[in-house]
Every structure is written in C-alpha cells, then in structure tokens.
Write a protein that binds this ligand. Structure first.
Ligand SMILES: C[S@@+](CC[C@H](N)C(=O)[O-])C[C@H]1O[C@@H](n2cnc3c(N)ncnc32)[C@H](O)[C@@H]1O
Length: 281
C-alpha cells in the first residue's frame, strides 16, 4: 500500500467527522452468531462513534480505534451523550497497539476496503483470543455489472477519477475501492481458511438511490425490486454490493490477555473515559 494513503484517509475523515453531531443511539450491535454481553469487543475504525455505543448497549466491554482523532473524540462524545462507557484511541489498523489475544470479538463496517488486508488481517489474528471472531460489514467488487458501471462513471483509484457522473456521485476517499475477491482470499489465508461470507441483504438496483436519486419513492421502488429479484433467484445473493466477512481464529494454546495500549506508535486521547487500562473495564 502507498504510505500516503493512511494520511489521506485521516485528513478526509477528520473533515467528515467534524461535521457530525452526537446522536441518540438505541439499537444494540448484532454480530451473527456472536453473543456480545460480557465480552471484550474491539470496534475497528469507529468513525461516527455510533458502533462502539451499540456494542456497549449489547452489554460488551468496548474498545475502539480510528486513524482520525476527530473520530476518536466523536466516539467518546457519542458514548457520553448516551450514558455509555467506551475506551477509544487513535491507531492505524496496520499496527494496532493492543497485546496479543485480548479480544473475544472484533467488529467493523465499511473499513476493510480502506486498508491493506494483509497487514490488517495479521493484526486481527494477533489481537483475537483463540476461538474469537472478527466480523465486518463491507461492500463487494464481485458483481461484474457494478464493477463496470463504477469504472465508467467514476474511474478507478490511481487513475483520473470523477466525483460526479450525470446524477450519480462518488462519496468516498480517492483511494477506496469496493472489497475485492483477492483481498478476501488474503484474509482467508491469514485465518487458515476459517472465513465465511455472510449475506444479510441483497443490494443492487438500490444503489441508484444511494448514489443518485436519493428520493423516498426511488428507494422504496428499488428496494422492492432487489427483494423480489433475490426471492426469485436466491443464488444472486452472492453478487450483492453488501456483504459480511467473518473470520475465526483457531483454538490454539495462546493464553488470553487483557487489552492495554502498548507504548509507542499509538497516540491515545487522555480522559477518564478513554482509559485503555483493563482494570477499569
Ligand atoms: C467509511 S468510514 C466507516 C466508519 C464507521 N464504521 C461508521 O460507520 O461510522 C471509514 C473509517 O475508517 C477510518 N480509517 C481509514 N483508514 C484507517 C486506518 N488505516 N486505520 C484506522 N482507521 C482507518 C477512517 O478514519 C473512517 O473513520
């Protein structure tokens, strides 16, 4: 990966999260097949700050990180606003400041396609306890129609890219690209084949309203078309733009340790509620 990418991501998301406010959160975080209550859970790239609070509502002891210090502050603000406790620190996904085998579960959404999956995958495996699960809600590059449409409308990273094409707009960073099959294969190798794809929803025609005509009537019609399509042809589900990626760490003898922050390479924001000391969890 180009070394300027994390810096560009930080600058882009510092600006984006600056513009958001603390919001009330009521929904608990749900990870298919994982009970979160009482577990040590790490939220990767906490962004708007909603997901750490959702994990706390689900009863987890929550740690979170993001490369954007604005996002980390936002996570603390949203937690305080909702009366929940989370610990958050600025970290790069490619080099996490936690000890080995300290989390029961790790969660992220819309993040794997922003990072180098080889480096991030190794960090996930290192930080998970044996038998621990990491689950990511992501986009997908598998659908050839969507791949071509994206290329024609906006171009690809490394080329000249457009942010608008007719009514459609590209909303992400200049480096991001939907998660590729190659990146999934890299994660699968790191977890020795313990990788599952999970499809919770069929997202295809609905992208017209997400990236173009953002009108209630358009989203209702396109959602209905997606639901009908996958009911008629369930095998199309694997071509959904939305996918879950679940990896499990094998049960091998490493004793688990409590999450702390290693010194160096990590800047944490200091406030009582941001302590990474597991004695205060
Ligand atoms: C699309 S946002 C999703 C955030 C969050 N899941 C949400 O929904 O609010 C991607 C996030 O990844 C963070 N990010 C990008 N590159 C990162 C990296 N190398 N390490 C840690 N976080 C990173 C960004 O700062 C941003 O907050």
């Amino acid at each position: 990966m180009n070394h300027n990418v994390p810096q560009r991501e930080r600058d882009f998301f510092d600006r984006r999260w600056q513009a958001t406010r603390a919001v009330p959160v009521q929904e608990p975080l749900a990870i298919p097949g994982v009970e979160l209550a009482g577990k040590r859970v790490l939220i990767c790239s906490c962004g708007s700050g909603v997901e750490p609070v959702q994990a706390a509502i689900a009863g987890a002891h929550v740690w979170a990180f993001d490369i954007s210090s604005v996002a980390v502050q936002k996570a603390l603000d949203v937690a305080r606003f909702n009366g929940q406790t989370v610990r958050a620190a600025v970290m790069d996904f490619h080099a996490l400041g936690f000890p080995d085998a300290c989390f029961d579960a790790i969660y992220g959404s819309s993040i794997l396609h922003h990072v180098d999956c080889a480096a991030a995958g190794r960090e996930l495996r290192r930080c998970l306890k044996p038998g621990g699960v990491a689950f990511f809600r992501e986009n997908s590059d598998r659908n050839v129609i969507l791949r071509l449409a994206r290329r024609v409308m906006f171009g690809s990273p490394g080329e000249r890219q457009r942010n608008r094409w007719l009514w459609f707009r590209r909303t992400g960073t200049s480096d991001e690209y939907p998660l590729t099959e190659k990146e999934i294969a890299v994660l699968g190798e790191i977890f020795e084949g313990r990788l599952e794809r999970v499809y919770e929803d069929f997202m295809f025609v609905r992208l017209i309203s997400l990236f173009g005509w953002d009108r209630p009537v358009v989203s209702s019609v396109t959602e209905a078309v997606d639901a009908l399509t996958v009911r008629i042809c369930p095998w199309l589900m694997r071509y959904s733009f939305a996918q879950g990626v679940r990896v499990t760490k094998a049960f091998v003898g490493t004793a688990s340790r409590a999450p702390t922050i290693a010194s160096g390479g990590v800047s944490s924001i200091s406030a009582a509620s941001t302590s990474m000391d597991p004695g205060k969890s």
